[in-house]
Structure formats: C-alpha cells, structure tokens
Design a protein around this ligand. Structure first.
Ligand SMILES: Nc1ncnc2c1ncn2[C@@H]1O[C@H](COP(=O)(O)OP(=O)(O)O)[C@@H](O)[C@H]1O
Ligand SMILES: [Mg+2]
Length: 576
C-alpha cells in the first residue's frame, strides 16, 4: 500500500488528465450496464409483444450507443496512456539523476548492467501498475458494479446464487498475486544479471575475440538466459492458470443461474426478457472478472519493480547533506592530509593508513610506489570519490568533507591513466572540462596540450566523432585530449595519475611537454612512473603498503639506502 501511495505521487502533476479519463471511464461502464439493461425491453416488447414501431428506432439506438462507447473509450484510454508514459519519463529522469549521485563505493558494488536494467526494465514495468491498474480498476470495477446492479435489479434471488462463488475467487486471487510478486522480483534479478553480462561482454569485445572466447561467453549467456526463462515461466504458469480457474468458477455460477432461472421462466414466475437481461449481465461480467484477475497479476509484478526502484531512490546520495554546507572559497591551494586512513569496505583491509602529507601551493609533489601501494586510492580521496575512514584532508585549512562537492570538485582537474572519452566530437570532448568555453578557448587548450596539430590533420578536424571511448584515436592522442580538457578546466589543483604510463616513449615525449605546460602554476600531485617527472618534483613521497615510508628530493632519497633506492633500481634506472 505504501508503495502504491508513493507511486501515485507521480500521478499528481497529471491530475486533470486523470480526472477526464476517469470520467469517461465511468460513463463507459455505465453504457455497458445499459446494454444488459436493454435486453429486457428488446425481448419482451419487440420479440414477444411484436411491436413494429419500436423495431424502427431500436437498431438506431444500438448503433448510437456503440458510437458513444467508442468515443468514451478513446477519451478514457488515451489520456491514461499519456499519464503512464509521462510517469515513466519522470521516474527515469529522477532515478538516473539519483543513481549518478550515489557514492562511487556503493555504485561499484553492483555491475554497470545492473544499473542499466534498473533504469530501463524496472521502470518500464512500473507503467503498468499505474495505467493498467487505474484503467482497469475504474473501468472494469465500475462495469462489474453496474452489471451486478442490473443482475440484482432484475432478479435478486438469482443474483445471489450467481455471486456465491465470489469469496472463493477472491481468496484465489490473493494467493496467486502473492506468488506472482515473488516470481516477478526474481525475474527482475535475473534480467539484471543478464544485462550485467551484456554490458561486460560488449565492453570487452577485443579481449573476447582475441582469446577466441565467443563460445565461452555464449555459454555464460545461455545459462543466465535460461535462468531468466525459468522464472518467467513460473510466473506465466501462475498467471495463465489464474484466468481459467476463475472462468470455471464463473461457469459454476452461470450453470446455477440457468438451471434455477429456467425453472422460473417455465413455471411462469418471470418473463423471458427479465431472465435474458439477467443472463446477459452475468455473461458480460465474465470480461471484467477475467480482466480483474489478470489485473491483480500485473499489479503484483509492477509493485515488485516499484519497490526495487524506490529502494534505489532511498539510498542517500552524495548530495544528501550538501545544502547545509558552505562552498569552498577560491583556494590558495595548499593541500594537507592529516592521519588519513581508508578502507573500501567497513570490514575490508586498511588500504591507506597514517597518511600525513602537505602539498604546498604551486608545487609539484610526486607519489611513487609499487603497484597496489595505494597511490590511486590516495588521490581519489581529494575530489571525495571516496570518504576517508579516518583523519582529515584540508584545502587551505578547510576540511573538504565540510564544503559542497560541486565547489570542491570545481577546483580540481584529474588526468588519469585510463582516459575516458565520449562518442561525440572533439569539440564536445574537450569542452567537457568547461562547458561554456568558446571555440577559441578549446583550440588554445588543445594547442597547449599538443593536440591541435593532430586534430587538424583529421578529415573533420574538431568535428570528428571519435567513437565509443575514443576507439578512433591512439593512446597518446587520447591522453592529449584529456590534458586539453584539464587545461580548459583551469583548476588550481591538478592530479595526474600515471598519465603517461600507457604510452610508448615517442608518444610520451609529446605528452610530457603537454603535462609540463599544464602543471605550471598549479598545486600538483603526480603519481609518477617516469624518472623525468619524479626529478622535477619538489618533493617525492614514497608509498609502501598503504603508508608513507620516505620523503625528500630525488638526490636526498638516493643518498639514503632505503626503499626509494630499490624502487629506483627496479623502475627508473633503465630510463637514465
Ligand atoms: N574500489 C576498490 N575497492 C576495493 N579495493 C580497492 C579498490 N580500489 C583499489 N583497491 C585496493 O586498494 C589497494 C591499493 O590500490 P591502488 O590505490 O589502486 O594502488 P596503486 O594505484 O598504488 O597501484 C589495492 O590492494 C587494491 O586492491
Ligand atoms: Mg594506480
């Protein structure tokens, strides 16, 4: 019920349309009862009394009645469809916005495909709860009441016989509905797993193909596809069985009526007109009852989807406490870490601990360490992609947890090893750093990033659409686009996470120049695996197993026989 109430809040903006639709629905149900009611005069006055005058206008009346019904039916159904689709659109917008704002740690607990499935499939199911439900509850419900009314009006005793089966039917409805809700929830979960697999495979096609694992992936897909089929069929059995069982119960009712009513007519206690009018009402009840039993099933499925959707919406997002916080003032750019620690999961290992670090304004601090030491984790804390488990990070003395995310992130530019580009033009990809930038500013940024030249050599220049994740560009080219983007962002704090590690030395050279340009006058934290970058840093910080083990300049650290010297021998010496 709670879920329903919440769902109907989404109908609020479309109330007027709803009222119109409901009004037409009510009138439409009225005409249905009218059809049953008219059977009596038709039979008794025309067929039994042989009144030719009435025979003239009666057929006309029938056509008119159905014309009105047609208009009412459209006036009822069309606005309802509009409302249903509007609600889906609104809900999808809201869920998309919310899901994007969920903390990264939570989002990463689920697969990308899961989120897609929730936004596409779950919400599509919800539409039916709103439209079909309102539609049928009102229309079929009123028709039901109208027809039962006619039945009782014609012969209340007969009517009582006919509805004796109803309590049994409703018990059945409730039971089937409950089962269906369970099946539907399972079906959604299976569909999510299927989407997850799809998302994974289609984003890894080069690997799948080069390892020749198409059959392997197909087998995985088949298994999940079959699992989905199984739950769907469970639901289908319950769904398809419920209607015939209802009908059989109905037949028992009708049989009783024919038997008893037949006796009444033969004995002359009632006219054939009354009896057939009654029987028509009972037979016409068949349709709304069948729809009602289906309706219950549909609603149960939709409610399962709605519950899942609402549970996502109820997760606190990154923006939950934002309004109470002040914006971060434009910073002088000194960045400090005090006793910072991090666990990704509450019961997980300490990935970082006892981090004390200062990056003075305008200087370059290099972070070095073996793979898995925690370098990326450390820099991800600065734009608050994750919250530290302990300690404080400050910018000019202000705790970054206490200011708005937007103001914090606006002062940070990140260039990482995995460049993320979008399937849009180069204009749009570079402008991602600063949406209002002019064309001249975009070109200036590209120039500073040593990207302008290669862009101009592309057949469509800046208008080139670069393919999903930039598949049409080389590693070095993508990297320079990312740097141009960071230029355009023009943020005082710069984070470089192994920005050149994926490149060969020729490509790297150009990117190095671009980066040197970018670092000018910015407070920079650079995760480095290149000696040249490390040498230019004012301080080198050595991270090992989640904590800082050494710090100093290159020469200081080399002079001292510590961890850096080992690392240097392994990683940097060959670059001399
Ligand atoms: N999102 C994550 N969830 C859980 N553990 C993670 C996550 N990201 C990194 N880790 C773990 O944290 C440790 C440090 O990783 P990372 O910061 O990426 O190291 P580095 O960048 O120095 O190679 C690793 O043991 C890694 O398994
Ligand atoms: Mg890393």
């Amino acid at each position: 019920m709670e879920t329903y109430r919440r769902l109907f809040r989404y109908v609020q903006p479309y109330r007027t349309r709803m009222v119109w639709s409901v009004l037409c629905g009510i009138l439409l149900s009225g005409t249905t009862a009218l059809v049953a009611l008219l059977v009596k005069p038709l039979l008794d006055q025309i067929f039994v009394a042989r009144d030719t005058a009435r025979l003239l206008w009666f057929p006309g009346l029938i056509v008119l009645l159905y014309l009105v019904r047609g208009l009412l039916s459209f006036g009822h159904a069309y606005p309802m469809r509009t409302i249903g689709q509007s609600i889906i659109r609104d809900l999808r917008d809201q869920v998309f916005r919310h899901v994007q704002a969920l903390p990264l740690g939570y989002l990463q607990q689920h697969h990308t495909g899961t989120w897609m499935s929730r936004i596409i499939n779950d919400i599509a199911l919800i539409e039916r709860a709103v439209t079909t439900a309102v539609n049928d509850i009102i229309r079929q419900g009123l028709t039901l009441i109208g027809l039962v009314g006619v039945a009782f009006y014609r012969d209340w005793r007969l009517a009582t016989y006919a509805v004796l089966v109803l309590p049994l039917a409703s018990v059945l409805l409730v039971y089937v509905g409950r089962r269906l809700r369970v099946y539907n929830r399972r079906a959604q979960e299976q569909l999510e797993r299927l989407s997850a697999l799809l998302a994974e495979v289609f984003s890894s096609l080069p690997v799948v193909k080069s390892f020749g694992r198409e059959a392997y992936e197909h087998a995985r897909f088949q298994r999940r596809n079959a699992a989905y089929y199984d739950v769907i069929m469970q639901a289908a059995r319950a769904d398809e069985l419920s209607a015939p069982v209802m009908e059989c119960l109905g037949a028992v009712g009708v049989a009783t009526v024919v038997w008893y009513g037949g006796h009444q007519v033969i004995a002359g206690h009632t006219t054939p007109g009354t009896f057939f009018s009654f029987l028509t009402a009972i037979l016409m009840l068949y349709e709304p009852i069948r729809k009602f039993s289906r309706l219950n099933n549909v609603i149960q499925g939709s409610l399962a989807a709605a519950e899942r959707t609402f549970s996502v919406l109820d997760r606190p997002s990154e923006w939950t406490d934002e309004t109470a916080k002040p914006a971060l003032p434009p910073i002088q750019h000194t960045l400090t870490f005090q006793q910072v620690s991090l666990r990704y999961q509450a019961d997980g290992p300490l990935v970082l601990h006892d981090i004390d670090l200062t990056v003075p304004a305008g200087e370059v601090v290099a972070l070095v360490g073996a793979s898995g030491a925690g370098k990326t984790s450390l820099v991800h804390l600065i734009p608050r992609l994750y919250a530290p488990s302990g300690g404080v990070i400050r910018l000019d003395g202000v705790d970054i947890q206490q200011v708005t995310l937007a103001s914090l992130r606006a002062q940070i530019a990140v260039v990482s090893q995995d460049v993320v580009l979008f399937d849009e033009t180069l204009w749009q990809n570079i402008r991602y750093g600063h949406l209002q930038a002019s064309d001249a500013q975009v070109q200036a940024a590209a120039q500073a990033a040593y990207a302008h030249e290669f862009i101009m050599q592309l057949p469509q220049g800046y208008d080139t659409v670069i393919g999903e994740r930039g598949v049409r560009l080389s590693g070095g080219e993508k990297q320079r686009i990312a740097i141009a983007r960071a230029f355009l962002r023009n943020a005082p704090i710069l984070i470089l996470d192994e920005a050149t590690s994926a490149l060969d030395s020729a490509a790297e050279h150009v990117v190095q120049y671009a980066l040197a340009n970018l670092m000018k006058d910015r407070t920079t934290l650079v995760i480095a695996h290149r000696l040249s970058t490390v040498r230019h840093a004012s301080t080198i910080v050595v991270l090992h197993a989640g904590t800082i083990v050494e710090r100093g300049t290159h020469d200081e650290l080399l002079a001292h026989a510590g961890y850096y010297r080992q690392l240097y021998a392994l990683q940097f010496k060959s670059q001399e």
